[in-house]
Write a new protein. Structure first.
Length: 67
């Protein structure tokens, strides 16, 4: 799980591993990927915090926002 901070314009300004798991390699890949996400712009100046969960399987990688 990667915790991201989203700016007013929808860009990710910071990303950190919230639950890095057993592999630093996959934690780094997840963090780098999360930094490339974009979100809908906000009407307020407040930064938003989102949690993105990455799932690594032999068939590929999926990611989604945590509830």
């Amino acid at each position: 799980s990667i915790r991201v901070i989203v700016a007013k314009d929808g860009t990710v300004v910071a990303a950190t591993a919230d639950e890095p798991g057993p592999s630093r390699y996959f934690a780094r890949l997840s963090t780098d990927a999360a930094k490339q996400w974009t979100f809908a712009p906000s009407d307020t100046d407040d930064r938003r915090v989102k949690l993105i969960r990455f799932y690594f399987k032999r068939s590929g990688v999926t990611a989604r926002l945590a509830d």
